[in-house]
Design a protein around this ligand. Structure first.
Ligand code: ADP
Length: 167
């Protein structure tokens, strides 16, 4: 096994699309902030057609929602999560596992990342059960059909989502 990145600097990066951030993501970030001295949320820079919100908007939402959580920094992330982790000298990539259906994809991703950089470990956290069914995709679908998504995403994101969906 290759030498791990200095075990003392337990920085964790949490990569994702966050389109938009949900209370499930925030639950995970709060848990991570209890475990790691520093958590860097990496917001994937994507082709603007792939996401409802631009990377600037997604970063803004996360910064606002995590302002009170001390160890958290939010940054745009270009390219691979392992590259992002290396740049920030983080030995840990954090991912969330909601249900069994996440497992296969997350398992593939974690093993691919290990292949790309064996010194970086993927750590999975489980959200509180009340958020375990939440996904950004579902929230966008539900909101576009007129569902009330208050309580599932940060309050200030609700009008921004409605505006984006033209509702
Ligand atoms: P990606 O497109 O990279 O999967 P997401 O923004 O959908 O990005 O999710 C980022 C990470 O957060 C993933 O590991 C995902 O499983 C996890 N996640 C998403 N929603 C939740 C939730 N409700 N509870 C816990 N983890 C979640």
């Amino acid at each position: 096994m290759k030498q791990r990145r200095s075990a003392g600097s337990r920085i964790a990066v949490y990569p994702g699309t966050f389109d938009p951030v949900t209370n499930g993501h925030l639950d995970l970030i709060r848990r991570a902030a209890e475990l790691f001295p520093r958590v860097i949320v990496g917001v994937a820079v994507t082709n603007s057609k792939e996401t409802l919100f631009s990377v600037e908007e997604r970063v803004e939402f996360l910064r606002r929602a995590t302002r009170a959580i001390k160890p958290v920094t939010v940054l745009p992330m270009e390219g691979l999560a392992v590259k992002f982790a290396r740049i920030h000298k983080a030995p840990v990539i954090l991912r969330g596992l909601r249900m069994l259906s996440d497992f296969e994809y997350e398992f593939q991703l974690a093993l691919t990342n290990r292949q790309l950089d064996p010194t970086i470990e993927t750590v999975f956290l489980m959200p509180s059960a009340e958020y375990s069914y939440l996904s950004s995709r579902l929230i966008k679908e539900a909101a576009s059909l007129g569902a009330d998504v208050r309580g599932l995403i940060p309050k200030f994101v609700v009008p921004r989502l409605q505006e984006k969906l033209g509702r």
